[in-house]
Design a protein around this ligand. Structure first.
Ligand code: GLA
Length: 411
């Protein structure tokens, strides 16, 4: 029940149709506070890094001045710990007054004045995961408050509630968001909590309700964490991948590129895999201290183009052997059902030397008779025209990736 379908959707209850709010036709891109800044509320001792309006303004300024916004990273999103510990006298949500003295509407205005969109975090349960007031019992009021404040994107978490209630609650809150008339991207944690409690999610309902949703664990600042997410998506791709498409995306969690835990190779691998998986690109990083080589990864136009490909088909793992994996994603241009592809050759090996990987296009289903123009999206190395029965060798570094684009050769 995505925004703007409003009354029509209520009338059509029981009819299975793909409801669209017109939002998130390609995976959302932006900046999200949680992984990097967590629940740091200590503005007395750590004023530059605590969760406060000045942190979000500082990030917004850099999103613009450092060119992220113009590449499509246009959402700046709060996460947990922005709230006061109590609702106000009218039972409305309110931010912590010391850390957000200008209020949330002013912060949303700040984003809008800079051509950015503003995202907010809440939780379907009684409390957010960090213990601040949740929306339970206040769904309509809170949806209206978000609209009044000028919110463009809502991340709704699922702590402090029974996952069984989510099948009703997430669509209900979505309907209240719709009824405001303000388009808001709706990011859900619904399947994540249900899967963790052993339930089988109702994917049809989730696709119809949410623009994106988490399936798996929170990302942390390590390759182990990134690798576990990639493995989860590969191992469960038959259940997960078909659910993705324009307007509704799987969310494997934030990009952690530019932080402390990933090497240069691992950072390239995360960006490549998030492009292949049609994942939201939500950076969680201190843009003030970004090193140029990590910025270049996040700003790689060719990878962003793969991520944002208009077909919106999520890629899959098509080969896995000795910790070397091949993932492919169908992309444009297309000719008579023949796709072009993005291909990631990923090494999860840690024995410290590059490995040569032979790729045979036909064996992966790349059978276009006149072949493919192949180019490396990081090094720009051109491999010329590769016919289906040709073999290409890629040298892949430990915990690294080679990502190439295979464009059909039309005559
Ligand atoms: C959950 C979510 C995270 C983050 C925290 C905040 O763990 O999955 O992304 O929002 O809550 O407390």
């Amino acid at each position: 029940m995505k925004a703007l379908m409003g009354v029509v959707g209520v009338v059509m209850v029981g009819v299975v149709v793909g409801l669209e709010n017109g939002l998130a036709r390609t995976p959302p891109m932006g900046w999200l506070a949680w992984e990097r800044f967590r629940c740091n509320t200590d503005c007395d001792n750590d004023p530059d890094n605590c969760i406060s309006e000045s942190l979000f303004k500082a990030m917004a300024d850099l999103m613009v001045s450092e060119g992220y916004r113009d590449l499509g990273y246009d959402i700046v999103c709060l996460d947990d710990c922005w709230l006061d510990t109590e609702r106000d006298a009218d039972d409305k949500l309110q931010p912590d007054p010391k850390r957000f003295p200008s209020g949330i509407k002013a912060l949303a205005d700040y984003m809008h004045e800079r051509g950015l969109r503003f995202g907010i975090y809440e939780d379907f349960g009684t409390h957010t995961c960090a213990g601040y007031p949740g929306i339970e019992g206040h769904l309509e009021t809170d949806a209206n408050t978000f609209a009044e404040w000028g919110v463009d994107y809502v991340k709704l978490d699922g702590c402090y509630t029974d996952p069984k209630d989510m099948d009703i609650g997430y669509p209900e809150f979505g309907a209240f968001l719709n009824n405001t008339g303000r388009p808001m991207v709706y990011s859900c944690s619904w399947p994540d909590y249900q899967l963790a409690s052993g339930m089988v999610p109702n994917w049809t309902a989730i696709i119809e309700t949410c623009n994106l949703w988490r399936n798996f664990d929170d990302i942390d600042d390590s390759w182990d964490s990134v690798s576990s997410i990639i493995n989860y998506y590969g191992d469960n791709q038959d259940d997960i991948v078909p659910n993705a498409g324009p307007g509704h995306w799987n969310d494997p969690d934030m990009l952690i590129i530019g932080n402390f835990g990933l090497s240069y190779e691992q950072s390239k691998a995360q960006m490549a895999m998030w492009a292949i998986m049609a994942s939201p690109l939500l950076m969680s990083v201190d843009l003030r201290t970004m090193h140029s080589e990590f910025k270049a990864i996040l700003q790689n136009q060719a990878l962003i183009d793969v991520n944002q490909d208009e077909l919106g088909i999520q890629g899959t793992r098509v080969q896995k052997s000795n910790s070397i994996e091949i993932w492919i994603r169908p992309i444009t241009p297309v000719q008579q059902d023949n796709y072009s592809y993005a291909m990631a050759v990923l090494s999860q090996r840690t024995d410290g030397t590059p490995i040569s990987v032979a790729v045979n296009p036909a064996s992966l289903g790349l059978n276009f008779p006149s072949g493919y123009e192949v180019v490396d999206l990081y090094s720009n190395t051109e491999y010329g025209t590769v016919l289906p029965d040709h073999q290409v060798n890629f040298s892949v570094n430990p915990t690294g990736v080679v990502i190439t684009k295979w464009t059909i050769v039309t005559t």
